[in-house]
Ligand binder design. Sequence first.
Ligand code: NAP
Length: 289
Amino acid sequence: MNYEITGNTKLTALLGSPVSHSISPQMHNEAFRQLGLDYVYLAFDVTPDTLKDAVSGFKAAGICGFNLTMPLKVHILPLLDEITPAARLAGAVNTVTVKNGRLIGHTTDGNGYMRSVSDAGYNIIGKKMTLLGSGGAATAICVQAALDGVSSIDMFKRKNASWDKTLAFCKRISSETSCNIRLLDFNDCALLAESISESAILTNATSIGMAPDVDASPIPDPSILRQDLIVSDIIYNPRETLLLKQAKKRGCPCFNGLYMLLYQGAAAFTCWTGAEMPVDVIKKKYFSN
Ligand code: NAP
């Protein structure tokens, strides 16, 4: 196996700002090494202002593909030649492949989340989901869950400036899939309790509870969590958010966002190389819970 950078090494990358904290370079480079693939993955500090120049330079230099962090996931859209159906529905792209000089946009965040649900041992197909948040991660999860066959989704968000845009998104996904999606007021505690009482899974896709605000929970009252409700938080820093602590105390099965991160990376890895990421090795090395 060749572990060295050669004249043929193919470049993949992460574009975003900031990127220095990202675990993606370790994850992908270890996976390339494990499989003996002559690829390298590097992180580049790119902002919305420099994205166009960066992408055209990377494309001219023959890059294989790249990942994007927010807000570049949206800024990349006008620069693409093609987009997958899931990424079009989500309105965001976190992975780009370059084929014959054409930029193809994919979204792997939702896929990563749905794989993390199965990985944790749960089947939510044909069941209802209560989804907190409506940002980049929440919309990707909503689209993939709808495409995969989750029967209905109640998305909770604040009644702020992005309400109407999110309402249009929910209507569009409902009409293009067989999933019934409602947009509900995040601050309506009674509606939240009712939604949770009908759901198989509660998913926190807001940033509430993320470090350094570790004392915050997205739910107003832990007593709305019943014992057989699956509670998942896509935050992975901290590993156990206050929501997950509350759920654990109530006896709910729960899991965090660590494997969503792993599986969205694994799906991007396959887009670029055609190979399956050796996830068991990567889990052991970089994703200990
Ligand atoms: P984003 O686009 O900025 O969205 C943030 C969401 O949180 C919005 O829906 C926002 O609500 C909501 N929110 C924030 N503060 C709130 C508050 N005080 N009350 C109610 N709602 C609030 O961010 P994102 O990219 O979707 O990321 C969200 C979280 O997921 C972050 O913690 C991020 O680290 C994590 N994440 C994890 C993974 C993974 O692989 N595990 C991947 C991506 C993101 P409004 O819509 O009402 O403004």
